[in-house]
Design a protein around this ligand. Structure first.
Ligand SMILES: O=P(O)(O)OC[C@H]1O[C@@H](O)[C@H](O)[C@@H](O)[C@@H]1O
Length: 276
């Protein structure tokens, strides 16, 4: 089925449907994935009902592309600028939707480098893979961080657990503590914001209604796990007070050490979500 253009909460977006019934919707703004529904009609991605759709602000929920900076680890706006700019739709193969962002006056004013980004959203029955390709089109090396900041939808965070991080090096950013993760399964009872050294095996988000497998490319050396909990959720103007109950961010990230790409070189990173 071809890719369709549509308006999503008043902003331009693209939808890709599989004959089996799986569907993704991606905004032009930020190449931000807004929705992934499997053929059974179940939404797999959390999008805040209070998210701002003004074509400028970062969208709360979905899959923000945080590039070329993570969080406030540098001089750029929080999580970089890629999530705040309009991307361009590119010709795409069957089952894929490809978006591009190249440097222009606006990006060079913030970050004085030439670059070319491609975001490929590949949809298969019960599976979604999001791939970012970065090419250095500058005459000098470029250096950047990345997070594919996926907001995974959960029925009730109190009943969800994340498996696969036991033994992984953890930096708990709320307490500024470092340790090897002792838990076989993480549970979320309050604000949670930690950066893990990514294990090589996929993670599992386990709920009474089913399990989502989360894999990432080896180029993403970290996995960020974030839930705002009730107190921060109340403070976030673009999220309902109980928004934290319905999401868990599990982010494929390259953030502890920037990637440095020489002129002409390319780098790729992906996250793959599979409904088991
Ligand atoms: O509100 P933002 O800019 O989308 O960021 C959300 C969160 O993103 C996470 O990746 C960070 O670990 C959190 O510290 C941060 O609060």
């Amino acid at each position: 089925m071809p890719i369709q253009s549509l308006q999503f909460r008043g902003q331009p977006a693209l939808a890709l449907d599989l004959p089996a019934g799986d569907r993704v919707v991606v905004a032009i703004h930020g190449a931000h994935l807004l929705s992934w529904t499997t053929a059974d009609g179940v939404e797999r991605i959390y999008l805040s009902p209070d998210a701002l759709f003004d074509g400028k602000s970062a969208i709360r929920g979905g899959i923000p592309v945080c590039w070329p900076q993570f969080n406030v680890r540098g001089p750029l706006p929080k999580h970089g600028f890629a999530r705040n700019l309009p991307w361009q739709a590119m010709p795409s193969a069957d089952g894929q939707l490809v978006m591009a962002l190249n440097d222009d006056e606006a990006t060079r004013a913030l970050w004085p480098h030439a670059f070319s980004l491609r975001l490929t959203v590949a949809l298969a029955p019960r599976q979604l893979r999001v791939t970012l390709d970065v090419r250095n089109t500058d005459a000098a090396p470029i250096s950047f961080a990345l997070a594919l900041h996926s907001y995974l939808k959960v029925d009730d965070i109190a009943q969800a657990s994340l498996e696969g991080l036991q033994g992984a090096p953890c930096w708990d950013s709320l307490r500024d503590e470092r340790f090897a993760e002792p838990a076989q399964a993480l549970r979320f009872t309050a604000e949670f914001d930690s950066v893990y050294g990514a294990p090589s095996a996929p993670l599992k988000l386990v709920q009474p209604t089913g399990t989502l497998q989360i894999a990432q490319s080896a180029t993403c050396t970290e996995t960020v796990v974030w839930n705002p909990g009730p107190i921060l959720s109340e403070k976030l103007a673009d999220m309902p007070d109980d928004g934290y109950r319905h999401m868990l961010c599990v982010e494929a990230a390259r953030i502890d050490e920037n990637i440095t790409l020489p002129p002409g070189a390319q780098w790729q990173a992906w996250q793959e979500l599979t409904v088991l």
